[in-house]
Design a protein around this ligand. Structure first.
Ligand SMILES: [Fe+2]
Length: 428
């Protein structure tokens, strides 16, 4: 890869920005790698205080200027302190329980919640009332787990098992909503309400014919109209029950509304959509896109987040979406990545203080040959000058490499055993 660092004012349309000189949390540019398509891209870099940009001349235009950095610019760079790793924008309490300890418990919780949601959906299909207290009890187990460790249930929500889409989707949306709510600092009561809403947000689908629900192709206009009714049908079902908190009902009634007013059923826009509705719409779309359906291939969690970010300011509120990405991680758990050294591995732990540098379990060496699993904490590995040794180069498709991500969730001996991480800087 041919790269060179140039001052931002020498950047031109057609160049490929490989890396900026500021931490992503300081800028709105979650994904620093991008092709410069318009002058506005450069203006935005300048507006956010970017001084220099590393360009990749294999992927875009070169900067022909011989003296890429003049003396003044070099002097300035020497004075520029290394970008600090910022804490998340909202200070969070540290988790009382580590990920490895919470994961087995989280797995059990997810199984129990899934069974409870199945029962609720089956009851409603048969015209029975929802056992609200039972669902609330299940939501509490989610909330408690997320407070013990914010990542354990999120990890499991990112791993897709293909039991019954509607149930698992509802469970995962409930987990995502509670996790995101905790990230935003919502109260425990609010988290219980949003979790309840998440589990029941698609309850109206119990009233939609199976032939439409499970149609293995695109909907006709008429079918789509019927499908969209699941929102109002869901609200009707909830209205028949006492003790459904309003915040939970908002999740059901507004989860298909979009920030620019193109959603349904009410075509609400902007702040007319409650925080709970906005939160639910992000969780719903993220979850749905990361699931394989008969008519649509899933996109990876990382790619999905990129798309969602691109849709900020149209479908979603940008500030809220930025916080959603901070909560999930730029490279969420289970992302299969290639490092700058050529090694490939799985993201096994999100580092919330340095989202671009998670913990990666290396499975392939630099020549792409399988190697003994080796845990690398990207944020900790630096050279003697304090520079990071490793960075994520790109995301890869684990299926193409014969890697089963699920295997590394339930068998985390490698992640437990830090001794396996010999001296990465020399062994890699
Ligand atoms: Fe829905």
């Amino acid at each position: 890869m041919s790269t060179k660092r140039i001052p931002v004012h020498k950047l031109a349309v057609g160049m490929f920005a490989e890396e900026l000189d500021r931490p992503w949390l300081d800028t709105p540019f979650f994904f620093h790698k991008k092709k410069i398509k318009r002058q506005e891209d450069i203006d935005e870099f300048i507006r956010y205080g970017i001084k220099t940009v590393l360009i990749n001349t294999d992927k875009g235009l070169d900067c022909k200027d011989e003296s890429i950095l003049n003396q003044h610019e070099r002097a300035h760079l020497v004075d520029t302190p290394k970008a600090p790793q910022l804490p998340p924008s909202k200070p969070q309490d540290s988790d009382p329980v580590v990920l490895n300890e919470e994961l087995p418990r989280a797995k059990e919780i997810k199984t129990n919640v899934t069974n409870a949601v199945k029962n609720v959906f089956n009851d409603v299909r048969m015209g029975k009332a929802i056992e609200i207290n039972e669902v609330k009890a299940q939501v509490n187990t989610i909330v408690d787990s997320v407070f013990r460790n914010r990542d354990a249930l999120l990890c499991l929500a990112n791993l897709k098992d293909y039991d019954d889409y509607t149930f698992l989707h509802s469970v995962n949306v409930g987990i995502l909503a509670v996790s995101f709510g905790r990230h935003l600092g919502l109260s425990k009561d609010q988290l219980e309400n949003i979790g309840l809403g998440g589990l029941l947000h698609d309850i109206g689908k119990t009233q939609i014919p199976e032939s439409i629900l499970n149609k293995p192709g695109k909907f006709s206009e008429e079918e789509y109209t019927i499908m969209k009714r699941h929102v109002s049908l869901g609200v009707e079902i909830l209205n028949k029950h006492d003790h459904i908190p309003q915040e939970a009902a908002l999740v059901t009634s507004q989860h298909h509304e979009r920030f620019n007013g193109t959603g349904y059923p009410q075509r609400l826009y902007g702040d007319k959509i409650s925080l709970f509705g906005q939160l639910a719409s992000m969780a719903d779309v993220y979850e749905a896109m990361t699931y394989d359906r008969v008519y649509r291939k899933a996109t990876s969690c990382h790619t999905t987040l990129k798309r969602l970010y691109e849709w900020s300011d149209t479908l979603f509120n940008r500030s809220l979406m930025e916080m959603f990405i901070q909560c999930i991680g730029i490279y969420p758990y289970g992302t299969f990545v290639e490092l700058n050294t050529g090694h490939c591995g799985i993201v096994v732990s999100v580092n919330h203080e340095a989202l671009l540098r998670p913990d990666v379990l290396i499975l392939f060496d630099k020549d792409k040959k399988p190697q003994n699993p080796l845990l690398l904490e990207l944020a900790k590995e630096r050279d003697s000058g304090g520079n990071f040794l490793y960075s994520i180069q790109s995301e890869l498709d684990p299926a193409a490499w014969g890697v089963d991500i699920n295997q590394y969730v339930y068998d985390r001996q490698y992640v437990h055993d830090k001794k396996l991480c010999e001296t990465p800087s020399t062994s890699l």
